[in-house]
Design a protein. Structure first.
Length: 187
């Protein structure tokens, strides 16, 4: 039937919904800090619900350059991100149940918009933390913006920012959502 999703496409969407929910339990992004005194590196690991890693040590070091402290309270997104993830998984399941290709187009557009908004939000936070340095800090440093992905040098620290497993799982979700467009291209 024209404009309807096939059974393999529906299975692909159900898998996308399950993987979306599973991302709640794994990190999406991280940053590792290397310095001569920390050759093994210090971590900030970002889950969609919390921060983890060596937060207290990094905050102690950031104090010297006048950077605000990292905490769950610093990022209000962590409070509502689980709800967004669950709602999105439900929407994927609804599209699988309703089988309408037009709904799938809307869902993919929503996913892309959410991804762009998420990346812009990450950039905003990285910019805010790196450029709003306390001028009374013991070490004066030029404002900086750490990259979302890649390496950066800040004083004697080299930082590496990266997407973690949850970020890659979201890429798989996207691929599972566009699979039906290829699979059912003639329907």
């Amino acid at each position: 039937m024209k404009g309807r999703l096939s059974m393999p496409s529906r299975i692909s969407l159900v898998a996308a919904a399950v993987i979306t929910l599973l991302t709640l339990f794994v990190p999406w992004w991280g940053m590792k800090f290397y310095a001569p005194q920390y050759p093994e590196g210090l971590d900030i690991i970002v889950y969609p619900t919390t921060l983890s890693g060596d937060i207290d040590i990094v905050n102690g070091l950031n104090h010297y350059i006048g950077m605000a402290e990292f905490s769950n309270e610093s990022f209000p997104e962590l409070r509502y991100m689980p709800v967004i993830v669950i709602i999105f998984a439900i929407l994927i399941l609804l599209v699988a149940l309703l089988r309408k290709k037009s709904f799938l187009y809307g869902l993919i557009a929503l996913f892309i918009i959410g991804g762009v908004v998420g990346l812009l939000d990450m950039y905003r936070w990285l910019k805010q933390f790196g450029t709003n340095l306390d001028p009374r800090a013991p070490i004066e440093l030029e404002p900086f913006i750490p990259p979302i992905i890649g390496d950066n040098v800040i004083a004697n620290f080299t930082t590496t920012s990266y997407f973690a497993i949850g970020g890659y799982m979201l890429l798989v979700v996207f691929l599972l959502m566009i699979f039906p467009l290829w699979k059912d291209r003639s329907l």
